[in-house]
Design a protein around this ligand. Sequence first.
Ligand SMILES: Cc1ncc(COP(=O)(O)O)c(C=O)c1O
Length: 352
Amino acid sequence: MYYINPDIVNLHRIFDQNARDNYIRMDLNENPGGLPTEFIQKVFAEITPETISKYPEQLAFTEKLAAHLGCAVNNICLTNGSAEAIRYIIQAFTSPNGKIVSVAPSYAMYEVYSKMYGRKHVPVAYNNDLSFDTQNIINEITPDTELVIIVNPNNPVGDAYSEQEMEQIIAAAQKNEATVLIDEAYHYFYPNSFLKYALENEHVFVTRTCSKLFSLAGCRLGFAIGKPEGIALVQKLCTPHNINAFGMAFAAAILDTPGMLQSMINTQLEGKRFLVESLRELGYEVNAKEGNFIFVKPKTDADTLVARMKTEKRILIKSYNGIGCLGNCLRISTGPKEIMKIFIDALIALDK
Ligand SMILES: Cc1ncc(COP(=O)(O)O)c(C=O)c1O
């Protein structure tokens, strides 16, 4: 009999990321503004037939990244988006039926990967007022826990953890010999990082992505950071030549351009501030914490509004059901002020 893995047969996946060209994309926390065209052209001017014909070499970029992060090359494993790094950490550090603890709602792939590999995902819920008790995570860390996933700041609610909270979580995980994965996909929109814990402790990893502030979602580049022994295990899981040359070329150029990162951060924060202030002036209830996304309680039905925004205004946003006291609401990815203005005008026109 042919074998088919039942975990895969029963796995529910959503492949909804097609036909998003020519929309204002505020649904997946990309940068709706993108990188400046002149910058892209400058990077393309350096691309040679050799860049494309040969398998990509990672060392030069990893050295640059290590210098930027303040760590060594062997602390870093580059991956095809941080979604891949998360998957490899789950594969390497958890076993079938092993318990994986993470908050909910959060990035959907923690649960998807858990099901894909037959692990037991344990979601830890927010309070109804969208506050969160770290103690609830700690209570779930038991001797059968193999992995604790912390998103800092969390997507979609935007909470960030304090040093003390993170130290308590790591201590509870270490007591139970569970690995900790700190997902910092939304670093840069929020400056505090827990990288030092990954560099100092075995079985603590940080993942980061170039899909968000770096605006390179189309190039697929992410990475895991940790102690060399753990990173070597993650590296072993990588498919050969998993990092594409374009992602590294763009990310290297961003790091090499003086002031570029800070100017991108400023543009993002200015747009977010403008969006939140405008929405509040218009009487909207807004949950805006850290990260390049906010929740808004619409005046009309969230799902209908998402559909109308798409067809009538060519703007993509996302609806979430049952988000604490906000109920059904919209998650809006933030970006440059000009784009936020277009969104506000569209919302005023449709949400009534
Ligand atoms: C919290 C979080 N982690 C990881 C990712 C994965 O990003 P990527 O695979 O593009 O690096 C996302 C994407 O939205 C995310 O929200």
